[in-house]
Design a protein around this ligand. Structure first.
Ligand code: 1PR
Length: 552
């Protein structure tokens, strides 16, 4: 099979890119040193995380000149995410670090005045920005397809500026900002989005570039409605995974975090077994899930890190699921069973190399946030959140919050941030605060959700997975009051989680809160509804969703 040279310079999430390249009929040759670059015919530079971290790694390792020479020689070059940003002069993210300067423009941070930053989710890459729907596509890009973006900095689109120096530009709109989604000129093609995480639409783009098919006839003129621009409503399927009593890793599901069957006789029944993680992840991908999250819910019980079963699940899932994968459970500094210390960053790197795009931190985030306040809101620089977001970018770090309601008769009876609630307490209390818990809800802390999310945002987390113990597994809908309260406190994206029982609950949470995404677990595992049915319902309510496209 034809080969593609891949330059893995920051040990990011390249396994999925390798899987995507192989899926479209190419094999990967690794570039291990600058000396390998001249033998590359097709070179891909991926990249997640900080612009400065990536560019200084490339520079320090001596890759800058060989890459320039490769491009100058007219050989195929593709940059992905930070790989496209590298083509620019520089970025606000790290003003002192230079880019390759092939594109005379600088990257800017999205304005977070009225939208979440980082920009995470599915958006357009539309070459017909004038709104005219053309019948040609740039490297398989389609105005009615959506592509997965995860970045806080972008090149603002200035109409005609890059075109007049020979670039073709595909754009996307986020809020009132129009930015560069992809650029192409001669032998260079680069995308801000991740084609390897953009489902069939992304695989089509990757294949068109590698096959050298710059422009292709669009299959049929897409309707104007299907080319509606903007970020889609993200629907995430979540798989709580743990070992059952026979030691097999199964997908389970808590009912207010209790995952054991109620066998009628005693509550100590077997662990609910809803199926195999890899098969179920593929099923949800084919139903149109925009992301898949695995939570290893017994991770706080020490197990040998090296044979963490979740690594194998990720490796196998990332071979056939080409949307973002998040892994949570046990991401913390750990002493292995043989006594060696393993840092949270090393554990996260193992997950990233196995195919994860984001890691989710639960209990350790609460501990770190408590210490953050105890130290007078000083950043230690050594927490899992800071070290992982420092190396891979804050978009790679999700904080999983496990709150439960504590009802009080009046706000004065607690120092915690309370809300006036429409869901009264057992004794008619009209107020409650949300207590943070650790160890899967087993231990409540004298610490509230507002304190947690504010601290972790300051520490560099990129997204909040907002669960709710009271709602978990109840099919009664999301805790809308909790979600709005958290959205009022922070700027990073929030994923609403817990309680979804029917497609209407997803419509409700997107219409009545400013959530950036909504997650379901039991609703899908119990086969009550499919992800596809949820997205069709959202579309019927006029909400923008990504259409699933059959794999190439
Ligand atoms: O603390 O960093 O080791 O991470 C542990 C992770 O495992 C956390 O993300 C925590 O939320 C999760 N977890 C731990 N115990 C449980 C449990 O159920 N016993 N799952 C658990 C929490 C959250 C979602 C759940 C939604 C949607 N579950 O995964 O599926 O609430 O539920 P629904 O749609 O079925 O209502 P660490």
């Amino acid at each position: 099979m034809p080969t593609v040279h891949l330059l893995d310079y920051v040990a990011g999430n390249v396994r999925s890119l390798v899987n995507a390249i192989e899926k479209v009929g190419y094999t990967v040759e690794w570039v291990r040193s600058p000396a390998d670059v001249p033998s590359a015919e097709k070179l891909i530079i991926p990249g997640v995380g900080h612009f400065g971290h990536c560019l200084s790694q490339l520079d320090k390792a001596g890759y800058i000149e060989p890459i320039r020479a490769h491009i100058k020689a007219g050989k195929q070059f593709m940059g992905i995410c930070v790989g496209v940003q590298a083509l620019f002069e520089g970025s606000e993210e790290d003003p002192q670090v230079k880019g390759l300067g092939i594109i005379p423009q600088r990257l800017k941070k999205f304005d977070d005045k009225d939208k979440s930053v980082p920009h995470i989710g599915w958006n357009s890459a539309n070459t017909s920005r004038t709104g005219q729907v053309t019948d040609e596509s740039l490297y398989g890009l389609r105005p009615d397809s959506k592509y997965y973006y995860v970045h806080a900095y972008a090149a603002p689109y200035q109409e005609g500026e890059l075109e007049k120096i020979g670039w073709t530009v595909a754009t996307a709109r986020y809020g009132d900002e129009e930015f560069v989604g992809a650029v192409a000129k001669d032998n260079v093609f680069a995308t801000q989005f991740h084609p390897e995480k953009s489902g069939a639409a992304g695989l089509r783009v990757l294949k068109a570039f590698l096959d050298g098919k710059r422009s292709q006839k669009l299959p049929e003129k897409p309707s104007a409605a299907s080319t509606k621009e903007g970020l889609t409503r993200r629907v995430i399927a979540c798989l709580d995974v743990r070992t059952n009593d026979n030691g097999d890793l199964v997908v389970t599901k808590g009912d207010q975090y209790d995952v054991r069957e109620k066998d009628g006789v005693s509550t100590g029944g077997a662990v609910r077994n809803l199926g195999k993680p890899v098969d179920m992840a593929r099923k949800y991908y084919e139903q149109g899930a925009d992301e898949v999250t695995f939570l290893n819910i017994t991770s706080f019980r020490n197990c040998p890190v090296a044979d963490t079963p979740m690594l194998e699940i990720l490796r196998r899932t990332s071979e056939t699921v080409f949307v973002p994968l998040t892994i949570g459970g046990g991401i913390r500094d750990t002493v292995d069973t043989d006594g060696t210390k393993i840092s949270a960053l090393d554990i996260a790197t193992m997950y990233f190399k196995s195919g994860a795009d984001k890691v989710s931190i639960g209990s350790d985030a609460v501990t770190a946030a408590e210490e953050y306040y105890a130290s007078g809101k000083k950043l230690s620089g050594t927490t899992a959140i800071e070290t992982i977001s420092g190396a891979y970018g804050n978009q790679a770090v999700v904080i999983s919050v496990d709150p439960r309601r504590i009802y009080v008769s009046s706000p004065d009876s607690t120092t915690h941030h309370t809300i006036k609630t429409a869901t009264l307490g057992p004794n008619g209390e009209e107020y409650c605060w949300y207590q943070c818990t650790i160890k899967g809800g087993r231990e409540g802390r004298d610490f509230d959700v507002r304190q947690l999310v504010t601290a972790v945002e300051a520490m560099g987390a990129g997204e909040i997975l907002l669960n709710c113990i009271d709602k978990d597994g109840t099919n009664s809908g999301f805790d809308l009051e909790l979600i709005n309260d958290v959205k009022n406190a922070i700027k990073i994206p929030v994923i609403a989680s817990s309680g979804a029982g029917n497609p209407g609950h997803f419509g409700e949470v997107f219409e009545q809160t400013r959530t950036d995404a909504a997650l379901g677990a039991g609703i899908f595992h119990r086969g009550e509804y499919t992800v596809k049915q949820v997205k069709e319902h959202l579309q019927e309510r006029g909400l923008l969703v990504r259409q699933y496209e059959e794999d190439v």
